[in-house]
Design a binder for this molecule. Sequence first.
Ligand code: 2RA
Length: 329
Amino acid sequence: MKVAIVGATGLVGSMMLKILEERNFPVTELIPVASERSVGTKVTFKGKEYDVVSADTAIDMKPAVALFSAGGGVSLELAPKFAAAGCRVIDNSSAWRMHNDIKLVVPEVNGHVVTKEDMIIANPNCSTIQMVMVLQPLHLKYKIKRVVVSTYQSVSGTGQKAVKELMDERAGKSGQGVYPHHIDLNVIPHIDVFQENGYTKEEMKMSLETCKIMGDDSIKVTATAVRVPVIGGHSESVNIEFVNDFYESDIKEELSNVSGVVVIDNPAMNGYPMPLEAEGKDEVFVGRIRRDYSQPNTLNCWIVADNLRKGAATNAVQIAKLLHNNGWI
Ligand code: 2RA
């Protein structure tokens, strides 16, 4: 199968290549696509070098599927062109996520909504993906009324320049101004742009995408998204108010049986999820599971995942696998 990666030289694009290889996805020909300035450079996939090509060249090569992670502007312009040429698009940008006709998919949560007709499928925001992996099984059993989430997001979510910024600052070098403030030894409560309502786009993504993926607009979500000097993954403190009461032991048991979720919850042994340990893994890790005694039917938990893997590349490849398993690519 011919597979295009649009944004192949970026952090997520490179991770997509890694995941495709790790999972032995049936790629017969790789078509790496990047900006004009990268055309002619090479990427290595399964020990073979491939020339980076332009989007037009890639379309002419007729890929069966294209994984995008090149920013919203590129996706808005190019996803329809690839789709019109008969290529399925799985887009990691935010461009199409809230479009009425575009499915927003976490395979373990709502993979069933994908149909043969879907030519563009949106990959959710990384901080949303890891949260809904935990919320969905609990929603089905206890029905969620409201979620309050605070995120602690890795600089890798911003990209390669941000990772370099952090490491340069840690080495005492001046930064490139990737963030509005110093990131080392600091936290910045500002991810993406501020909206009129005082929330950032990142925070609004978590609210809106969660309801779309879970198929329930009655779920109220409020978020505070924070950038922290971490590389390996995003962490989230999540407070969940249910319609129905629960036993903590049942919650831990239920989450332990969810595919793609790992419970690490052993405070007595300092056992809880951390990005340093989640990095490089595809699972979503949940711990610090405990009742919120300040109000009825409410739970606190702590969710961590590698934002480049399950938060982006792995989820996208899982969607491609879903299409392949259905014989649609
Ligand atoms: C971030 N979730 O962490 C956003 C985009 N990857 O910056």
